[in-house]
Design a protein around this ligand. Structure first.
Ligand code: SAM
Ligand code: DTB
Ligand code: SF4
Length: 328
C-alpha cells in the first residue's frame, strides 16, 4: 500500500529539524535502495535554443536575450558519437533534450526516433525531454526503444503561472498521462530557488505523490540563474534547502530515483555528499547539462571514489526476461 500524504504532512516533513530529517531520509533510502549505488545519466541538447515558450528560468527561450546560440536538430551520427562517449564515461542512461514546446509529427521527430533506436541498441537506457507529446507520439517513442520520458512539473500548481504563461499545469499532467499510456517510465520533478514559497516546493511534491504509478525518477534542480532570463538575479540556493528538498522527496517517494540535477557545479563535495546521504541516488554527468556547465565525468568519478559510490548498471530495474541482450 502506498501511503497517501497530505500537504500538511509533507510540510511537516520538510520542516523537521535538519539532522533528524536527514537521518529519517537515510533510513528510508537504506530500506528501499542499495546504499552507495548512483544512477549516472548523461544529458545532451539535441536541439538548442529558439524555444517559443516563456519559462522564466530557461536560457533557451527565444524571447530572452541570453548567450545561448540556436542550433538545429543534431544529426543521428553526432548523437551516436556522444552516446559512445557517455557510455565510456560510465553513464547507463542518456537523456536527449530538445528546446521544443511540443513534438510535431515531422522529419525531425523521425530523426529523434532513429536516435532513440541507435542509442538503445548500444545498451544504454534512453530518456527524452522534448516538451508536450500526444499518446500516439509517446507510443512511437516507446516502440523505438525509449525507456523514460522527462517532463517536469517544475513548481506547484498555484505558482505555475508566475513562472510560465504559455502553457498550464494540466498540459504538463496530460503529457505525463500520455507517457504512462505508452508504457514508458516517468521522470518528473522541478526546480528550487525561483523565488517560490516552501509551500510551493511541498505542493509540487504533493502532486507528484498523487500520480499512479508514482514517477520512477524525480529530478530536483537548483536554479541555474542565467543572465538575460527573468530569474537572472535570484540568489543562489542554500545547500540546506537542497538537502531538505531531497530528503523530503526521498521520504515521500521511497521507491523513486531522486536525481540531484542542475546546480552541482556550484556545490562543494561536502554539500553533494549530504545530498547523497539524504537520499539522492542519481546525477547528470558530463561537462554540460543542456546549455550550462556541470562537473566533468572524471571529476565525478573521483567524487564517487572518495564517497564510496558506484554507478548503477543500465536496465537494472527492468524485469529479467525483457533485459536479455541489453546488458552493458
Ligand atoms: N522543452 C522541454 C520542456 O520544457 O519540457 C524539455 C527541455 S527543458 C530545458 C527541461 C527542464 O530543464 C525544465 O523543465 C526545467 O526543469 C529544467 N531547466 C531548464 N532551465 C533550467 C535552469 N536554468 N535551472 C534549472 N533547471 C532548468
Ligand atoms: C532536468 O530536470 N534537468 C535537466 C534535464 N531534466 C533535462 C536540465 C537542466 C538544465 C539546466 C539549464 C541548462 O543547462 O540549460
Ligand atoms: Fe522551452 Fe523547455 Fe526551456 Fe521552457 S524549459 S523555454 S519549453 S526549452
Amino acid at each position: 500500500m502506498i501511503k497517501e500524504w497530505t500537504k500538511e504532512e509533507i510540510l511537516a516533513v520538510y520542516n523537521t529539524p535538519l539532522m533528524e530529517l536527514m537521518y529519517k531520509a537515510a533510513e528510508v533510502h537504506k530500506a528501499n535502495h542499495k546504499v552507495g549505488e548512483v544512477q549516472v545519466s548523461s544529458l545532451l541538447s539535441i536541439k538548442t535554443g529558439g524555444c517559443p515558450e516563456d519559462c522564466a528560468y530557461c536560457p533557451q527561450a527565444a524571447r530572452y536575450h541570453t548567450e545561448v546560440k540556436v542550433h538545429k536538430l543534431m544529426s543521428v551520427a553526432e548523437v551516436t558519437e556522444a552516446a559512445d562517449n557517455a557510455k565510456n564515461g560510465g553513464a547507463s542512461r542518456m537523456c536527449l533534450g530538445a528546446a521544443w514546446r511540443e513534438v510535431r509529427d515531422n522529419k525531425d521527430f523521425d530523426k529523434v526516433l532513429d536516435m532513440v533506436k541507435t542509442i538503445n541498441e548500444k545498451g544504454l537506457e534512453v530518456c527524452a525531454t522534448l516538451g508536450m507529446v500526444t499518446e500516439d507520439q509517446a507510443k512511437k517513442l516507446a516502440e523505438a526503444g525509449l525507456y523514460a520520458y522527462n517532463h517536469n512539473l517544475d513548481t506547484s500548481e498555484e505558482n505555475y503561472n508566475n513562472i510560465i504563461s504559455t502553457r498550464n499545469y494540466d498540459d504538463r499532467l496530460n503529457t505525463i498521462k500520455n507517457v504512462r499510456k505508452a508504457g514508458l517510465t516517468v521522470c518528473s520533478g522541478g526546480i528550487i530557488g525561483m523565488g517560490e514559497a516552501i509551500e510551493d516546493r511541498v505542493g509540487m511534491l504533493y502532486t507528484l505523490s498523487l500520480l499512479r504509478p508514482q514517477p520512477e525518477s524525480v529530478p530536483i534542480n537548483a536554479l541555474v540563474a542565467v543572465e538575460g532570463t527573468p530569474l537572472a538575479d535570484q540568489p543562489p540556493v542554500p545547500i540546506w534547502d537542497m538537502v531538505r528538498m531531497i530528503a523530503t522527496t526521498r521520504i515521500i517517494l521511497p521507491k523513486t530515483a531522486v536525481r540531484l540535477s542542475a546546480g552541482r557545479q556550484e556545490m562543494s563535495l561536502e554539500g553533494q555528499a549530504l545530498c547523497f546521504l539524504a537520499g539522492a541516488n542519481s546525477i547528470f554527468a558530463g561537462e554540460k547539462l543542456l546549455t550550462t556547465p556541470n562537473p566533468a565525468y572524471n571529476q565525478d568519478m573521483e567524487m564517487f571514489k572518495l564517497l564510496g559510490l558506484s554507478p548503477k548498471k543500465a536496465f537494472a530495474d527492468k524485469p529479467k526476461e525483457e533485459s536479455v541482450g541489453l546488458e552493458n
